[in-house]
Design a protein around this ligand. Sequence first.
Ligand code: NAP
Length: 290
Amino acid sequence: MLDSRTKIFGIIGDPVVHSLSPVMQNYFMKMFKINGVYCAFRIHSNDLETCLKGAPIMGFVGLNVTLPHKYAAAQTATFSSPEVRLLQVANTLQFKQDGIHAFTTDHYGFIASVGEHRARFSGAQVLMFGAGGSARSVAFALSQLGISALTIANRNESKAVELARFCQQNLAMTNVAAISINHPNLSHFIDQATILINTTSLGMYPIINEAPVALFTSIGKKHFVYDLIYNPLMTRFMYEAEKRGATVKNGLDMLIYQGLASLNIWSYEDFRLDINSFNELKSLLYRELK
Ligand code: NAP
């Protein structure tokens, strides 16, 4: 029951109406017996500063931050975690007496979600599509998973070059290359890699017939294809890859792990989901996506 002691949490973004975070975080509240409520707030960029000033006054404990505010939130915070200082993006804000504390949990979510496939990453050559905010977090995760080489393919090639430079200078990754997502010999790069990761929004609802590659023929059994998208659960990229024998994974587990990490920051706990609860939550989220 909500009462005057109920702790308030939320997610801010624009748009935010399709976010699964309210269903997921309110499931956590119930599961971990927290007297809290989590809502979604559509905040225009012009109102971000006012929102972040007002939230602690209103008694908010914490907020998740999604597009387009991840960068601005990191800049606005009073204190930033080492990861936020490194990546310059924040997805979790905590309101404390001394100011706003910023964290990022996407890289952790990616690593935790890899689970049983972790061994595939050690020494692997990875081809990552996209060079936006999530690509930066995934690159950080990849640097911790011990891959041997990373190629970043992006529509705006200069952003791929910039991210490659970031990986070399800040993540101590030595073998990093940048190419256009429309590279005439993309098949060669696919063939060289054993892990393909989509961090672009290509294939995301509602334009579900898109994919980061046009030709799927060079994808095969040796590939592990990870699509950060979770709506739809089976993207065209995953579907075409699986048809050719690849092992595929969507972004739903990553979403759950990054969300749980945010809750653990706000509550100073180490909450974990057992396999039954994890699957129950996934079914709940599947239903939301339908
Ligand atoms: P972002 O910072 O806006 O980056 C978007 C990326 O997609 C850029 O690389 C952009 O390329 C590319 N892109 C967009 N439209 C394109 C098009 N028509 N053709 C080619 N490339 C295109 O967004 P983000 O935060 O990285 O999020 C990207 C995706 O990851 C979204 O689908 C999001 O839902 C998903 N995501 C999932 C999780 C999870 O927990 N599973 C977490 C974060 C994000 P340019 O640079 O050329 O514009």
